[in-house]
Design a protein around this ligand. Structure first.
Ligand code: V0V
Ligand code: CO
Length: 140
């Protein structure tokens, strides 16, 4: 059901500063920057690796406003790992399969994600404290 780790989402206060840190420390390259109003984030994807089932990234997330998902997370917990995004072949099917196991879906239908992906979130309280995102990329 899961193809790969598509991305690890990292919450930060200052996107430009964190991009500079990841570029200079790890030599990663930014491949996409977007503002996603629906999700309340300004985000950047930094390419890490390519695999048979697709690429993996670090997603740096800066909140657009304090009462957004990432804004609340930052004020409660500070900067750090915010979510894990798993690549799936079919996000609607993955939502139905995982929802049928009793895991709460935050989204009733897939949303628009980075680089044209369709995404959906699972509630962290049903995944051992890990906010989990399902990602169907637009590139397969
Ligand atoms: C909150 N909690 C988390 C968490 N955020 N636990 C683990 N990881 C996180 N990231 C815990 C929090 O500590 C509370 O536990 C409880 O959940 C309720 O949190 P809250 O602060 O009261 O906030 P809520 O309930 O208003 O919202 C939490 C949820 C929200 C997870 C429902 O953040 C959400 O809908 N997230 C999905 C959307 C999202 O995160 N978008 C930004 C990334 P205690 O203290 O009660 O024990 S956008 C993205 O990734 C894109 C675009 C992409 O990949 O393409
Ligand atoms: Co994400």
């Amino acid at each position: 059901m899961l193809l790969r780790i598509d991305h690890v989402g990292i919450a930060c206060h200052n996107l430009e500063e964190k991009i500079e840190f990841y570029e200079s420390t790890f030599g990663l390259v930014v491949v996409s920057r977007e503002v996603n109003e629906e999700q309340g984030v300004r985000e950047a994807m930094l390419h890490v690796a390519d695999g048979d089932s697709g690429a993996s990234y670090i997603q740096l997330l800066e909140p657009l406003h304090p009462d957004s998902a990432v804004g609340k997370y930052l004020s409660k917990r500070g900067e750090g790992v915010h979510h894990i995004g798993y690549g799936v072949p079919d996000v609607a099917k993955a939502m139905a399969d995982i929802g049928a196991k009793g895991v709460r879906l935050i989204d009733e239908r897939p949303r628009h994600g980075s680089m044209g992906a369709s995404i959906a979130f699972l509630h962290p309280k049903d995944v051992g404290g890990v906010l989990t995102e399902l990602v169907e990329t637009s590139r397969h």
